[in-house]
Design a protein around this ligand. Structure first.
Ligand SMILES: Nc1ncnc2c1ncn2[C@@H]1O[C@H](COP(=O)(O)OP(=O)(O)OP(=O)(O)O)[C@@H](O)[C@H]1O
Ligand SMILES: O=P(O)(O)OC[C@H]1O[C@](O)(CO)[C@@H](O)[C@@H]1O
Ligand SMILES: [Mg+2]
Length: 956
């Protein structure tokens, strides 16, 4: 069932005759009447398997304010069956439901009992908030959650208006005036108590905290809770008064794009004392707050857990002191605490990444890239200090992303006692190779193996005195914490904020306080104190000089990235002349994508360090046919870590467009015995072709790997392709500017066209990051009916806005979402249907979306994946050609596994044989058949106040 409000026509499909019959019976029990039947099962053999074989149409007559509804139950072979709802889960947390209003909830329950169908029942006190319309009587309201035989979630409720006020009927009148559709008649004052969530940000601020606050506020409101912003971290909790303020939907408008935290943060001494926490408990009880979501670092989350563990004692003390009554305390017996990890340091265990760390890395890379230009001009050395007290994540990732010559991090101090000489020797070697600049990155908490701090000024002295380099120190300081959140942090914070609210709703008095994290690209919920404990262990391991343990306690990618950094940055002459085994042909294929150059740099450096020969093929396969090849040296790729576009030149021509025999001939001629194709769907389909021709051309019987690099993120076999993150950031930056213009011009909707081909990835993920009102994707398409719903929604949203407020809105449309409803057509329809309430404009972002410099995430992914690619190719060096008949290649393999696509699966790197990916590929629409991100579109809608449920019918 879809999640569209005001839906009057629902189609349910099944392939099971039994389920078909029982679904008809199920809906009949609730008053639906059969009105027609089409087709007949007897004829099924004669009917194409893609056509319905039989369908029954049921109708229910609605009573105002609800509407008539028609359900088509279709028996067909290509049904879209749903998984059963997990019984142990709270069905209220499901993303979509058909909501049925009924005056007679008792009868509903008896029907469900009589057919022995599982259901969940929830009873609430009468409630109202800015989303849920108030009840007139002092009734308790009940919700019953069950499912039909096809596993569609059905909600029965006796609330007179079962869903958000945004669903009230719209009577368009011409011209539409704001007051005609304002919601002034709907009270926002609570009549009785309901779940009240306090939200605070604490410790060092981090970009993305505002996105977390926005998500918590909006999702909490749409789940029927009240939300209170607590200003200045724990200071607000301790002091109460004006520092605790109820937030409504519009209070967090514009939050996504703003860095820092708009509700303030502090390092609060008072909260560390019991007295401070006693005052906090008092303020919470007085404000009726019974759940706290804290976004901060390890300290802040520990503080929250201390408060929770002391809570019963604090309440007793407040009662004893007469500050609160036992009655006031009674509804607050349990405190729910949920942690969101906001910290630029990325120092928390049990989560792969913390909110703000990636944005901070953006700031650092921007700074180091800028410094590199001036360093190069003067042939200078720079020592750059970055933040991170006990954690070297920022320093290491900055070094990987910028190709810095040396890095100092707390978890991995230099192994030697005389690290000074070792460092100088390495840096000298780089200078001798011809490098004109030297960049050393040092984490704020860097130490030597005897725990003595390594400071930037000391390194400067070494470089100046021993190496005679003109050296400067730059301490990046708090610029690293400022600035706009990047796309990743906005989306991470949003997804985690949603989960935090769900965790509050799920919490019981027995569950330990959860911390919302992310692992393997999935939002997680783990015991908060366990994570804090593990985090502390890193500092303890460092203080015991157990650096191996400290590295182990970081996420698994940390060690891999460290190794990749060393292998691609520090020249290793011992292996330079050894092996000479692989002669790797490197091609860029398709459109340029951020990460192509960093990946090529890493392949070249790693290969040279391992005695292989990297051969650049310029301009893709076309260049191969033109003999446009060259061996690359260590220095050739210097600076490529930060370069956008494609230094080798890309070409969209794919193998099937060319003479396959000539390709084989050229590979043989240039003695290419291993191949790396960096690119998008063109690179993938080229690999498919080469693999197909292996039995005809031995030249293709070499190890071959495709490293997906395309902004569209449409290559099968990976969750992320290189360039997709760079592109998202480019789109987000443009959309922020467009939104600013839309808001300044007041009441404008921009229809922004984004690229992505037949993949809606960019549209959906950018839509979430910029707070789009809606997103049009090729996966879903565009229809008149959908446009009508969108127009209704825009009318409602503009109608609700206070006169004169900034109210620019964006709709993101993927370039291939519809052939009929083009960007211009949609904008014109909006303009004409807005009838003065709002206007519309278009913006086609075009090739700006390929971005300038690659984002740090793409640089890091590129380095990690490129090193893995060479390791993959190296596996086949023990398969030299043995057949006398076969002259070339020098490495011979035709196993399925030896032609593969490298991919990211969660956080893991995987290789999938290209032959195995074919069944997962939609060749026509040039993308994988599965898209992990598809459901995120629904969240974009929820966060732009679409309301979650369908208002369907007034039942029995
Ligand atoms: N053990 C504790 N007991 C009570 N409150 C605490 C405790 N530790 C920290 N806090 C509270 O949390 C606030 C923030 O903690 P801290 O300064 O350690 O920053 P953080 O949350 O770890 O963030 P970051 O380290 O990323 O800046 C403290 O000022 C204090 O109010
Ligand atoms: O802003 P403050 O309070 O000086 O704190 C700086 C510290 O906070 C962090 O930015 C985040 O924990 C650290 O990297 C840094 O050491
Ligand atoms: Mg901390």
């Amino acid at each position: 069932m879809s999640v569209i409000e005001g839906l009057s026509h629902i189609v349910l499909t099944t392939s099971s005759v039994e389920k078909y019959e029982s679904t008809v019976q199920f809906y009949s029990l609730f008053g639906y009447q059969p009105i027609s039947q089409v087709g007949s099962r007897v004829l099924s053999n004669e009917v194409s398997q893609f056509l319905p074989r039989e369908e029954k149409v049921l109708h229910l007559f609605g009573k105002p304010p609800t509407q008539d509804i028609t359900i088509r139950i279709v028996l067909t072979t290509n049904a879209n069956e749903k998984e059963p709802l997990p019984e142990e889960k709270d069905w209220r947390l499901e993303q979509s439901s058909l909501v049925s209003a009924t005056k007679n909830i008792v009868d509903v329950e008896s029907i469900l009992e009589s057919i022995n169908l599982k259901y969940q029942k929830y009873t609430y006190p009468n409630e109202s908030d800015s989303l849920v319309a108030p009840l007139s009587a002092d009734l308790v309201h009940t919700e019953i959650y069950t499912h039909d035989p096809l596993n569609n979630l059905i909600t029965f409720t006796n609330k007179p208006i079962p869903i958000s006020k945004s669903i009230y009927p719209i009577k368009p009148i011409s011209p539409i005036k704001q007051q005609d559709i304002s919601s002034s008649n709907i009270s926002t004052e609570p009549k009785t108590k309901k779940k009240r969530i306090g939200m605070l940000t604490s410790g060092g601020d981090s970009p993305g905290m505002n996105a977390a606050v926005r998500a918590v506020v909006r999702v909490a409101i749409s789940r029927g809770c009240d939300v209170y912003a607590i200003y200045e971290g724990y200071e607000g909790l301790v002091n109460g008064g004006d520092m605790i303020k109820k937030f409504g939907w519009a209070d967090v408008r514009g939050y996504l794009a703003i860095g820092g935290t708009l509700i303030g943060s502090a390092r609060c001494k008072a909260f560390r004392e019991r007295e401070g926490r006693l005052n906090s408990a008092y303020n919470m009880v007085k404000n009726g707050i019974d759940a706290l979501i804290v976004c901060g670092g390890d300290g802040s989350l520990t503080g929250a857990d201390v408060l929770r563990s002391e809570w019963p004692g604090l309440l007793d003390e407040l009662i004893k002191e007469g500050r609160i009554t036992a009655e006031e305390a009674a509804p607050h017996k349990h405190l729910t605490v949920v942690g969101l990890v906001g910290s630029i340091d990325n120092d928390m265990s049990s989560t792969d990444i913390t909110i703000g760390a990636v944005s901070s890395l953006h700031r650092i890379c921007e700074a180091v890239d800028s410094i590199s230009a001036t360093a190069l001009s003067h042939s200078r050395a720079f020592v750059i200090e970055v933040m991170g007290r006990n954690c070297g994540w920022l320093a290491l990732m900055a070094a990987v992303s910028t190709g810095a010559d040396f890095v100092f991090i707390p978890e991995r101090p230099p192994a030697s006692d005389d690290w000074e000489s070792e460092m100088c020797e390495i840096l000298n070697k780089h200078r001798k190779l011809g490098k004109r600049k030297t960049i050393v990155i040092v984490a704020e908490g860097a130490i030597d193996k005897n725990l003595k701090p390594i400071k930037a000024d000391y390194i400067k002295e070494l470089l100046s005195n021993r190496m005679k380099l003109d050296t400067r120190v730059t301490t990046l300081g708090h610029t690293q914490r400022g600035g706009k959140p990047c796309s990743f942090d906005r989306n991470l914070a949003t997804l985690q904020g949603v989960e935090a609210v769900h965790a509050v709703l799920r919490a019981t008095s027995d569950t330990p306080s959860p911390m919302i994290g992310v692992r393997q690209n999935k939002i997680t919920c783990e015991p908060l104190m366990k994570a804090v404990g593990l985090t502390r262990q890193v500092a303890e391991a460092i203080s015991r000089k157990d650096f191996r343990r400290a590295m182990e306690l970081r996420d698994p990618e940390f060690s891999e990235d460290y190794a990749a950094y060393i292998e691609t940055t520090i020249v290793n002459d011992e292996t330079l002349s050894k092996n000479k085994c692989l002669r790797i042909g490197i091609l860029h294929i398709g459109a340029p994508a951020g990460g192509m150059n960093p990946a090529t740099r890493a392949v070249v450096r790693y290969s040279l360090n391992h005695g292989h020969t990297p051969v650049a093929v310029y301009n893709g396969f076309d260049g191969l046919l033109q003999d446009n090849l060259r061996e690359l040296s260590w220095l050739d790729v210097d600076g490529w870590a930060a370069k956008g576009g494609s230094e080798l030149g890309t070409h969209k021509i794919i193998v099937s467009d060319l003479d396959i025999g000539m390709i084989a001939y050229q590979l043989q001629k240039h003695r290419i015995n291993s191949l790396l194709l960096i690119g998008g769907f063109e690179a993938y389909s080229s690999l498919v072709e080469l693999n197909n021709y292996r039995n005809q051309y031995p030249a293709f019987c070499i190890p071959m790997v495709c490293l997906p690099a395309t902004i569209s993120n449409n290559v099968p076999g990976t969750d992320f392709s290189l360039g997709s993150d760079t592109s998202l950031n480019a789109i987000v930056e443009s959309c922020d500017a467009i939104k600013q213009s839309a808001s300044a011009s007041r009441r404008r909707v921009f229809v922004v066209e984004v690229q992505g081909g037949q993949s809606g990835y960019l549209a959906v993920l950018a839509g979430l990051a910029v707070g789009a009102t809606n997103v049009y994707t090729p996966e879903e398409g565009v229809s008149l009916k959908k446009l009508q719903l969108d127009i209704n929604h825009l009318i409602r949203r503009y109608g609700e806005d206070k006169q004169g407020t900034s109210s620019g809105r964006l709709v993101l449309r993927n370039e291939c979402a519809s052939e009929t409803y083009t960007t211009d057509v949609i904008a014109n329809i909006f303009k004409s249907e807005g009838r003065g309430l709002f206007d519309s404009r278009t913006s086609v972002l075009g090739h700006i979306q390929q971005g300038g410099a690659p984002s740090p995430t793409d640089r890091i992914r590129a380095t990690r994946l490129a090193v893995r690619c060479v390791k993959f190719l190296e596996q086949y060096t023990s398969h030299p050609s043995s057949s006398e008949k076969v002259v070339f290649p020098s490495i011979y393999t035709n196993t399925k596994d030896s032609a593969a696509v490298i991919g990211i699966d969660g956080a893991q790197v995987i290789f999938t044989p290209v032959a195995d990916l074919l069944s997962e590929t939609d060749m026509k629409y040039r993308k994988g058949k599965k898209a992990w991100w598809i459901n995120i579109k629904e969240l974009v809608e929820i966060l732009s106040k679409w309301g979650k449920f369908i208002l369907s019918f007034l039942l029995i």
